[in-house]
Design a protein around this ligand. Structure first.
Ligand code: ADP
Length: 728
């Protein structure tokens, strides 16, 4: 039997089942929806990714395309650059090659390879050593006394050396190259060979031209030296004879003619000397022979020598030597004197009235010695600005009305400038036309020995007050400054008369008086001064010693000292250390000789080939009690010396057969000839010549044209003291 549930239950069950099915359906639907949403999102994400990747791909693709373009551009550029480099290297006239670190040739231009055109193996890849072997063994290169193997080894040593020196190679076809090789960073060797054939030819032409020019200059110098000798020899006759003529009885007109002959002759000799000197310097043959000099004394000596020239114009010559500047310095004495003489000589020449002042100033010391400034100042015609730059060049003279009456060559300052430059110094000029000029030198001179005393040299203690009488403002100032520095009270007077009389009411310990004042105010004033001074010393300073010698009361003066005053002379006479300076005669050129002991006649030998010179010499000594023996060349001179044993020999340097130097050497070689005085006579005034002459053993040298005064001075200085030859 079948049980059937009631319909209500069935409906409820069916409704519950339906509800369950609906809930399930709803859940599945939601899950499906969620899955669908996720799928959609994923699809979107995927599509974004795909888009991004596509964009990246597109970018990559375009980049790749760009790169490909660049790459081909680069490779094109590279090819072009390479071609350009090759073309450039080919255009080089110099050979160019590069070798790799294994010595293989990588690249060489045509110029390099053309040398090896007969050797086809010389091409990229060939070993550096093989190229060297071809050069050496195939006779391409002039090996210059080296064996082929040694030469190759030498080239290979260059290869392995750290620093490679350039080398010159000469090829047998006449070409010369300079091979410069450098190792570069990657180990390659770059080789550059410059063709220097033309340069060497040009160089050898230049050397040849230089040698020719030097030979020409030498010939010019020799010519000038000979010419000067040739001109001087007759000038010796002209001046010597004019000198002798002047000693005879002449009327005024004749005397003026003789004086003109002498002065023109002297001027000509000066010009010859200048030209000779300049030509030597021009040929670069000026040598300096530095030694210790006394600069202060040298300046005084130069001024003393030029005093007669200044005397003619009544110029005051003044020296102001810095008392703190050492006197002993090192310089070439001859050249230094030449510079000073030239500047002071010019200053005197171009100054009518006033003064010439030489100042030497210490400008401090340096590593090389003492800085010295020397100025030569004058109150002469001056030089205009536009001419100042030119006067230091050769043959340059200020060509103006004011100037043309002065003689000269226009070489003096050019020579001076060259000497100063050779001494490492400077020269300059400052000048105002119509007012005066100042030439200055600055030199750096080593100090000689201890330099000598520096600073004020004190006067003796007894001399505390000094009266200085001088009408020369500047020299009065300079002497006064020196006196004060030496500890003295100084009163100055510029003229005699009442003022001086007042000063002498209390007489000073010392009076210094300038001769010029006495000259103007007469002997009375000197007499008055002497009377007032009594036993106290009076020193006269003068520019004309001969005139001072004639003063009435000369003997009562403590001393007569030449102007410009050399301070140490003054101190010496006041100290009593130089009593002889008190006698002006002692400093006169024609001072009497000491009394002779024997009365035999002086035997003089004169060797000279030129008849005129013989005549001049004979005439110059004819009034003297001496026997003159003439020799015509050196050989005769030696013969006469051996037979006669003369007391003194005058020896011309240039003579035929045997010259004076050789003759002197032979005489000196004999025992009897060791001490005989030999005086050289020469027309060559150059220092080298003088040195050579003195080196031959001469005692002294006289330059031609011979002057009687110098001849007598040489006799006085060198003839034996025991023979009387001066009373003629
Ligand atoms: P020189 O005196 O033989 O003519 P320098 O070379 O010594 O030759 O001088 C050249 C020129 O310079 C002189 O001619 C002169 O015109 C000028 N000069 C030189 N020194 C002076 C001076 N102190 N005062 C005026 N002019 C001078």
């Amino acid at each position: 039997m079948t049980f059937r549930p009631p319909a209500q239950d069935l409906l409820a069950r069916e409704r519950r089942a339906r509800l369950r099915a609906e809930r399930l359906y709803e859940q599945v639907r939601r899950e499906l929806q969620a899955a669908n949403d996720r799928l959609t999102q994923h699809a979107f994400a995927l599509s974004d990714q795909v888009m991004a990747q596509r964009a990246a791909l597109e970018r990559a693709q375009s980049h790749a395309e760009t790169l490909e373009g660049t790459n081909s551009q680069v490779s094109q550029d590279l090819t072009l650059a390479n071609e350009r480099l090759r073309a450039a290297v080919e255009t080089l006239q110099d050979g160019f090659a590069v070798f790799d670190r294994d010595r293989a040739l990588i690249l060489a231009n045509h110029a390099y390879l053309s040398v090896f055109r007969d050797f086809p193996e010389v091409q990229p890849g060939i070993d550096y050593k093989r190229i060297a072997e071809i050069c050496a063994h195939e006779g391409l290169v002039d090996l210059q006394d080296t064996s082929a193997d040694d030469w190759v080894s030498m080239m290979m040593a260059r290869w392995s050396g750290a620093a490679i020196d350039p080398v010159q190679l000469h090829f047998s076809n006449g070409m010369s190259i300079r091979l410069v090789e450098r190792r570069v960073a990657n180990g390659d060797l770059v080789s550059l060979s410059s063709n220097i054939t033309e340069t060497l030819r040009y160089q050898s032409e230049l050397i040849e031209a230089q040698q020719k020019a030097e030979a020409a200059t030498e010939a010019k110098s020799a010519f000038l030296a000979n010419m000067s000798h040739e001109i001087r020899t007759p000038m010796n006759g002209v001046i010597g004879m004019a000198d002798l003529l002047a000693e005879t009885d002449l009327d005024d007109e004749q005397r003026s003619y003789t004086e003109t002959i002498t002065s023109s002759g002297q001027a000509l000799v000066t010009i010859i000397n200048d030209i000779l000197d300049y030509s030597k310097m021009d040929a670069g043959r000026m040598e300096l022979h530095p030694e210790i000099i006394d600069l202060e004394k040298m300046i005084h000596d130069v001024l003393t020598l030029l005093t007669p020239a200044a005397g003619a114009q009544a110029l005051e010559l003044i020296v102001d030597y810095d008392m703190f500047l050492p006197c002993l310095l090192v310089a070439d004495p001859g050249r230094m004197r030449q510079v000073l003489t030239n500047l002071v000589g010019n200053a005197i020449k171009f100054t009518e009235t006033g003064y010439v002042l030489v100042r030497a100033l210490g400008m401090g010391s340096s590593a090389n010695g003492q800085m010295v400034n020397i100025t030569v100042e004058d109150t002469g015609i001056g030089i205009s600005r536009e001419h100042q730059d030119r006067i230091f060049t050769e043959f340059s003279q200020v060509d103006e009305g004011t100037n043309r009456r002065y003689e000269g060559t226009g070489l003096g300052l050019a020579i001076t400038r060259q000497i100063v430059a050779a001494m490492g110094g400077n020269i300059w000029v400052e000048s105002d036309p119509g007012i005066g000029s100042c030439f200055g030198l600055s030199l750096e001179l080593p100090i000689g020995g201890d330099g000598g005393p520096v600073g004020p040299i004190p006067l003796p203690d007894t001399l505390r007050s000094v009266l200085l009488i001088s009408d020369q403002l500047i020299s009065r100032e300079i002497i006064s400054r020196r006196l004060q520095a030496s500890g003295a009270r100084v009163q100055t007077a510029s003229q005699s008369g009442v003022a001086l009389r007042n000063l002498l009411k209390t007489p000073p310990d010392l009076a210094i008086i300038d001769q010029d004042i006495c000259r103007e105010d007469g002997a009375d004033m000197l007499a008055e001064l002497m009377a007032q001074m009594g036993e106290r010393p009076v020193v006269m300073i003068c520019s004309n010693l001969a005139e001072a010698r004639c003063l009435d009361r000369r003997d009562e003066l403590r001393a007569v000292l030449p102007k410009p005053l050399l301070w140490r002379d003054l101190v010496a006479v006041l100290d009593g250390r130089a009593a002889d300076l008190a006698a002006p005669v002692a400093t006169m050129p024609d001072a009497p000789p000491p009394p002779p002991a024997v009365t035999r006649r002086l035997q003089v030998l004169y060797a000279e080939d030129n008849k005129t010179n013989q005549l001049v010499f004979s005439k110059m000594v004819q009034s003297l009690p001496l026997d003159l023996h003439l020799a015509e060349n050196g050989r005769q001179a030696v013969g006469i010396f051996e037979s006669l044993r003369p007391d003194i020999i005058f020896m011309d340097v240039s003579m035929p057969e045997m010259d004076g130097r050789e003759a002197t050497r032979l005489i000196r070689a004999e025992t009897a000839g060791r001490d005989v005085p030999i005086i050289a006579l020469t027309a060559h005034a150059m220092q080298e010549e003088i040195d050579r002459i003195m080196a031959a053993g001469m005692n002294a040298m006289l330059t031609k044209p011979l002057k009687k005064r110098e001849l007598l001075a040489a006799l006085r200085d060198h003839a034996p003291q025991d023979v009387d030859w001066q009373d003629g």
